[in-house]
Design a protein around this ligand. Structure first.
Ligand SMILES: O=C(O)CCC(=O)C(=O)O
Ligand SMILES: [Fe+2]
Length: 182
């Protein structure tokens, strides 16, 4: 059986100042400890998932600059950033499909990776196909809605992995943009 299309685009070295971005995130961000598997932080319009509520927080200029770079690759802007902090290889993200509820139709979801390389595993929902991508420091990954329909993805436990932070960018419909698209 052939696998459904995995509609992702991987851009290595998408971020020229990745070291500075990582230092900023480690020192300047207040990390949320409510989840067991990893720490999180949300910027921009709030993205509420897994029963976690986040307050709207203006994107700090450094995050906004990364969002702008991701936007260049995606071809549209992003207004939310959910950051995931994996301090050790024991920090994980379980297999899931990213919800498109409230997202602008046709928009991409972007993952910017900083720090240690971790593996993003894709698995079809029926579990008949599996593929892996190594997400390197300074890279960008773009995923489409089509990918979320047939595949799940997750970041499994990895023995002795170093610290990694991922920034996931989404484009939520805001009242203003919804009004103008009517
Ligand atoms: O940390 C990662 O690379 C995965 C992030 C992710 O899948 C998500 O935030 O939905
Ligand atoms: Fe995801």
């Amino acid at each position: 059986m052939t696998a459904p299309p995995l509609d992702v685009r991987y851009v290595p070295d998408a971020l020229p100042d990745a070291d500075d971005a990582l230092a900023f995130l480690l020192t300047e961000v207040a990390w949320d400890d409510r989840m067991r598997a990893r720490r999180t932080a949300s910027f921009g319009v709030p993205y509420n998932y897994s029963d976690q509520r986040y307050d709207p927080v203006e994107m700090p200029p450094r995050i906004a600059a990364i969002a702008a770079r991701a936007a260049k690759h995606a071809g549209h802007p992003f207004n939310n950033c959910l950051a995931n902090r994996y301090d050790t290889g024991d920090n994980t993200m379980g297999f899931h499909q990213d919800s498109y509820e409230g997202l602008v139709p046709g928009s991409a979801i972007a993952i910017v990776s900083l720090g240690a390389t971790r593996t993003l595993v894709f698995r079809t929902i029926d579990r008949t196909h599996r593929t892996e991508l190594a997400l390197e420091h300074g890279s960008l990954l773009l995923m489409t809605h089509a990918t979320q329909r047939s595949w799940t993805h997750g970041v499994p436990r990895t023995a002795s992995a170093g610290r990694r932070i991922s920034l996931t960018f989404r484009r939520f419909e805001t009242q203003g943009s919804a009004a103008t698209s009517v």
